[in-house]
Design a protein. Structure first.
Length: 423
């Protein structure tokens, strides 16, 4: 019996030893596998990291992020960002017939601007950043002084203005302002804020209200939208185009609102929505007939040329462009010149003086002959399109007849123009 117990004990011990050995082997294999996995993972991570560095280096080389030259380019870009410019996108074109214009240069500081009317608040002409500007305060509500009663905005028009933006230390915008397009015929009452008066407004643009990036708008009474755009300190430019139903808004050179269907506006006004004092400044307000074409953004409709000449006896355009410092026409200018040519061939007895105007950058010794050469280049281009040169006279005006302030890029852009005057 003892032998039998001893034999069973020995067999159990052997079995346990074998099991233990198997268990040990499995643990050992598992440890080896885990160790190998860690090593392989480490290798993979190392390879990925190396590849990432290589890819980043290649990307940097392509983008030109390194090197003295590229640092200079970055500095130029940063400097450009600090000086916002007037809208230059080919998508926006000022209307051809100016209905209202006020650059405030002839106004007296401390007085109410003579070309404006007011619903409420306080408005004076003041000086900011070395130039005169309109300063609405205390919830001011103002509108252009248009003598004709009732609606005056046509079915195609553009509105432009500059405003001064300065952020506070908390990066909160202090240039709060609303551009309101009313739909009523009675201009004696303020049309409200859009959402408070569903039946009185076609479009309300609110920019700079409490934030430098978030802006909003209301249209057709009760519809609303929002967008982001970061203003830079200093003068910024706002442009709006309305064509029968389509409305577009531009901040500097960027389109920020594009609405396919908006109710026909009848008149416009501005509002400073808070009790701010000496914080909101606007200038260079221009209202003009004509707008960005509905489906052909780059071509000015010949009807706009006809309307301008019929109503004012002249056609003014900023869309005939030249190489810098030269009288060489840019190719995109031919679209506008072709519209003039079509009008003149349709009216073969009409005679025009083609005036070239420049801004004041450079001396009169340079600008005077340059403007003459550019006017002659336009005449030559028209002749090449079949217009009788006998009906054309080129006249260079240089920078002697500005229509806007040459101290700002916005003003200089307006002064660089071509005027076709019917004789």
């Amino acid at each position: 019996m003892k032998k039998l117990v001893f034999v069973f004990a020995m067999l159990f011990a052997i079995a346990m030893t074998a099991e233990a050995q198997g268990l040990f082997n499995r643990v050992k294999e598992s440890a080896k596998w885990k160790a190998r996995s860690k090593v392989e993972s480490a290798i993979d991570r190392g390879i990925d990291k190396a590849l990432d560095k290589t890819e980043d280096a290649a990307t940097d080389a392509v983008k030109g992020k390194k090197g003295k030259k590229n640092k200079e380019n970055d500095a130029e870009v940063e400097a450009a960002d600090d000086n916002p410019q007037v809208a230059t996108s080919s998508d926006f074109k000022r209307g051809s017939v100016i209905m209202f214009q006020d650059d405030v240069t002839a106004e007296q500081v401390g007085e109410f601007p003579s070309k404006w009317d007011m619903f409420s608040g306080t408005t004076e002409v003041k000086t900011i950043a070395g130039v005169k500007a309109i300063n609405p305060t205390e919830n001011a509500q103002i509108q252009p002084l248009i003598k004709e009663q009732g609606a005056y905005l046509p079915e195609e028009f553009t509105i432009e203005y500059d405003f001064y933006y300065w952020p506070s230390k908390d990066d909160i915008g202090l240039n709060d302002i609303k551009l309101i397009l009313a739909v009523t015929k009675d201009r004696s009452e303020f049309p409200g804020e859009g959402y408070d008066s569903d039946d009185l407004t076609a479009f309300v643009l609110k920019h700079g209200v409490c934030d430098t990036q978030e802006h909003s708008y209301y249209f057709n009474g009760n519809k609303e939208g929002a967008f982001e755009y970061s203003f830079k300190k200093g003068w910024n430019h706002v442009a709006l185009s309305f064509n029968k139903r389509a409305l577009k808004v531009y901040f500097n050179d960027k389109r920020v609102v594009n609405l396919p269907r908006v109710n026909q506006p009848t008149w416009m006004c501005f509002q400073v929505p808070f009790e701010y004092k000496n914080l909101t400044f606007i200038r260079n307000v221009v209202i003009a007939k004509g707008a960005v074409a509905l489906y052909d953004r780059n071509a000015q409709d010949i009807s706009a040329v006809e309307k301008a000449i019929q109503e004012t006896g002249q056609f003014v355009t900023n869309n005939i462009l030249f190489d810098t410092g030269k009288a060489t026409l840019k190719q995109e200018s031919m679209i506008e010149i072709m519209k003039i040519a079509d009008y003149m061939k349709k009216n073969p007895s009409a005679r025009f003086e083609v005036q070239g105007h420049t801004d004041n950058q450079g001396s009169d010794k340079v600008n005077d002959p340059l403007s003459q050469q550019r006017a002659e280049a336009i005449v030559k281009a028209l002749e090449g399109l079949g217009v009788d040169g006998f009906n054309l006279k080129a006249v260079g005006k240089g920078s002697h007849e500005p229509i806007a302030d040459n101290k700002t890029e916005a003003g200089r852009a307006q002064n660089r123009r071509v005027v076709f005057i019917k004789r």
